[in-house]
Design a protein around this ligand. Structure first.
Ligand code: DGL
Length: 284
């Protein structure tokens, strides 16, 4: 069922949600590429991680997150979380009248374009890889690419802890990524919000012959194209950002700044449960 909103206002903000603060890598890319657009970001820090949870639970959480953003009058929803995109995108697209963009399809297109040996790797959380959403997205583009997909869940806490390089990060990366090098993969899709932070160690372990695809950039480009297509690009700029988190954890500002590349500024605690959002419209 779709929500009851009327045609979106092109100067309304873009809504972005993630399971936590990792989706700020997508906000960073959106700000760089679309500086005139306002952004409302929701990070579900009270319920993170999503990547270890069942598809059913992730879908419920994703719907609640998107309803929160719809209640703030956004003109488009970007699902920055790969685990949520993998589990819930079609359902969210059916539910909301505003365009809903996930991170899977833009990343899949980019990795297919990047491979010359026709062998690609995909890494992500256990939920993302278990869903096979990336395989499905790549297969919808081509049958001629071999796909090696592997969950690399320990990269998530490493990125949050700021252990981006050094012995531990390198040891984990070697253990996870050795098979990609052995199999001759030449393009690796970073299928998780946290992985762009680990690019230096991942590229050192895989060597210069493997191109790393950062989905946050691809998603920002796809968001820009979708806004153009729907005549929804902002007419005034520069856009500002508002940040909502479902829990103000002790380290959110420090970790958030690492993902965003700058301090977050004001952050508001939000509640996203279904009953709190009964006025947001559209819950079937
Ligand atoms: N944001 C999640 C993703 O991109 C990573 C963190 C989590 O497991 O919730 O899949």
């Amino acid at each position: 069922m779709r929500d009851a909103s009327t045609a979106p206002d092109r100067d309304a903000p873009i809504g972005v949600f993630d399971s936590g603060i990792g989706g700020l890598t997508v906000v960073r890319a959106l700000r760089r590429r679309l500086p005139d657009e306002g952004i409302v970001y929701l990070g579900d820090t009270a319920r993170v991680p999503y990547g270890t949870k069942s598809a059913e639970t992730i879908r419920r959480f994703a719907l609640e997150d998107a309803l929160f953003l719809a209640g703030r009058g956004v003109k488009m929803i970007v699902v920055a979380c790969h685990s949520a995109s993998s589990a819930a995108l079609p359902e969210l697209q059916r539910h909301f009248a505003v365009p809903v963009l996930g991170v899977v399809e833009p990343g899949a297109r980019a990795v297919v374009a990047a491979t010359t040996r026709r062998k690609v790797g995909v890494i992500g959380t256990t939920a993302t890889i278990g869903s096979a959403a990336y395989e499905t997205a790549i297969r919808s583009l081509t049958d001629e690419v071999e796909i090696l997909a592997k969950p690399t869940p320990l990269f998530v806490p490493l990125a949050e802890e700021g252990w981006l390089d050094g012995d531990v990060a390198e040891g984990v990366a070697r253990r996870y990524l050795a098979s990609f090098a052995e199999e001759g993969v030449d393009a690796l899709l970073l299928g998780c919000t946290h992985f762009p932070l680990l690019v230096p160690v991942i590229s050192r372990v895989l060597g210069p012959g493997v191109r790393l695809i950062d989905s946050s950039d691809e998603t920002a480009a796809a968001a820009g194209a979708l806004l153009e297509k729907r005549s929804l690009t902002a007419t005034k700029g520069p856009g500002s950002s508002r940040f909502y988190l479902t829990d103000l954890t002790p380290s959110f500002d420090k970790v958030g700044a690492r993902f965003l590349g700058e301090p977050l500024g004001d952050v508001v605690r939000a509640s996203v449960t279904a009953c709190d959002n009964s006025s947001a419209g559209g819950r079937p």
